[in-house]
Design a protein around this ligand. Sequence first.
Ligand code: ADP
Ligand code: GLC
Length: 523
Amino acid sequence: MSAGAPGVLFASSELSPWVKTGGLGDVSAALPAALAACGCEVKLLLPAYPALREAFADALVPRARIAPPGGELPGATLLGAPLAAASGASAGARQEPLGPDARRRASPGPSGAGAELLLLDAPELFDRPGNPYLDGSGADHPDNLLRFGLLSRVAALLASPESPLAWRPQILHCNDWQTGLAPAFLHYLHDGRGAASLLTVHNLAFMGLFGQEALAALGLPPQAFRFDGVEFHGRLSFLKAGLQFSDRIATVSPSYAREILTAEFGCGLEGLLRHRADRLAGILNGIDTVDWNPAEDRRIAVRYDANSLARKADNRRDLQQRLGLAPQDGVPLLGVVSRLTGQKGLDLLLALADRLCADGVQIALLGSGEAELQAGWQAVAARHPGRCAVVIGFDETLAHRIEAGADLFVMPSRFEPCGLNQMYSLRYGTPPVVRRTGGLADTVRDADEAQREGAQGNGFVFDAAEPAALGDALARAFAALRDPPRWRAIQRAGMACDFGWEPAARAYLGLMQAALAGPRTRS
Ligand code: ADP
Ligand code: GLC
């Protein structure tokens, strides 16, 4: 650990490439490594999901025994392994039924630069199929309260003077609701002694809500159930607890940090967030620029860079062929890779899809999520064979091929705390068409607006969450696509953007140092 760089316990429920349902997995893989590169000693705490146990099997050693911590929370064993020790030998091993997790690649994922992975081994809670939140049938695991209650409880324990480990972090870095209760545990059960806490909100819409009886099951005292405690509209909220008790709050883009102070985006937590606004920072995520690099990407048909963009056409043909799209040049090919939920606004594109396909536009969509959206998209694909290809599932390789092969990438999100795919698509010379919200607004500059100001844009942006507004932005994008020199300039502007993690890690470091220097939250 270098002077001034704090020791960090990073607690999360996902870790790419092994356990991932969305961007949280990517961030949990990249940010701790970037913090380690800034001199922090970092340990990651995750549940001992089967995919992680397997990937680190050769290196895991018992690190501590955790006695049952109270309520209905079971005891557990803490296993440890160097993060760099993931075994490539397990490539291709078990794929979980819901796909997003247990994705593997032959080379180890995050190097972690000396970071240690701590796995919370409580087999009755974590040794089961499914993804971190859902069972094989798509329903919530019935004991998610205890699963993420234990994760939060042990995160607090390891950050407290009562930790069974000799190592003590200066900062406990929690992420989303699944570890959001840890700062409340530190407050109620460790008198606020121990590490300073930082909560990153990746998505305010997931609050970790449970009934009042959860309090006793978690071993929290009855007085915690107050409006200035863990209570939220008559229920217990893990996320609200984290917002209430953490010393600093981060979210994943500057725009989203402003938006969540409003009723439109605040999910009912805007009052508390405004109250704590002096502790809140918006820090834009980076992306894994090694994994997402068209010049080196072994998953795509032909590699290319900003000086060989003509080769992108080979990836387009490859994508068309693989997905059964007509092998046509000269028609726009729209790409989508997304969770299919209301957040992502793909119903707006769905409303336009028949007309677009009738006009000859091609659509390649990869995603999974809400049954109604899946069915809606599958029906479009059935109506327009050769024009619209829909793959329901989670497929890392296809995600890369869509980024490389599409002409435009569509992200009409209603809200988007950061968004990673628009940054991937910028890097792949696939200009994104996005709604002006959250991290999309912070990363995509509209090409027409920029042109009017004598500047260079990198994509297309619209405002109203309505099909017509998306339709207008697409029409503007199609016009630009018909003007090759202009199109190249837009592509190259996106490819020149630097979305590496270092600036984010430095900003987090600043926030951590402020947390350590400033007054603590109700300690
Ligand atoms: P969110 O976390 O809200 O889903 P992000 O854009 O931050 O959105 O991150 C989503 C991540 O998950 C990206 O890495 C994206 O490529 C990946 N992803 C989402 N859906 C799929 C899918 N069906 N197949 C492969 N990767 C996917
Ligand atoms: C969430 C958000 C997404 C963000 C990701 C990583 O899942 O929905 O916008 O990029 O977290 O921070």
